[in-house]
Design a protein around this ligand. Sequence first.
Ligand code: IMP
Ligand code: MG
Length: 174
Amino acid sequence: MAHKMIPVISREDIARRVAELGKEITSHYQGQPLVMVCVLKGAFLFYADLVRHVHTPLEMDFVRLASYGSGTSRGNQVLLIKDLEVSVAGKHVLLVEDIVDTGHSMDFLLHKLAERGAASLKVCAFVDKSERREVSLKVDFAGFPIQKGFIVGYGMDYAEQYRELDAVYELVPE
Ligand code: IMP
Ligand code: MG
């Protein structure tokens, strides 16, 4: 299927907002050690940019989730297919995700990490599609609110394509 790509967030807007988020996160944690968890693959560019704006002692780790369903719709069944390598017991943890949409993926991960005794658990998402939420879940640090539409670029894909783009585009079927 052919798609049009409509620019929605420029690289300048991304850079400005990521720096602001880094400031918010820095001032929230007040110099306390923090585990920043990158949710692969979609958050990899956002995470790499964001960590350079967070000024508190950091441990970095990566997880990967899979959910049933493909293309632009996600199932509600979530699996952890790459687990953390660091322990989160007694530590402050910030999950860094590309998009929180229905919220099922983050809800699953939050419950998993809460069971392991994190001292605190918060969520940072580059894009918050809050109007599409199916579970009650708050994004503590949100980059951009988006109501609808399927977006790609800056780490986000459609069928593994477009992750390398340095700006965000809405994919519109022609
Ligand atoms: P949730 O479990 O519905 O919140 O799913 C969130 C995940 O769905 C994100 O981490 C993305 O991987 C994917 N997703 C949701 N909306 C989009 C989109 O517009 N573009 C690319 N991926 C998306
Ligand atoms: Mg994702």
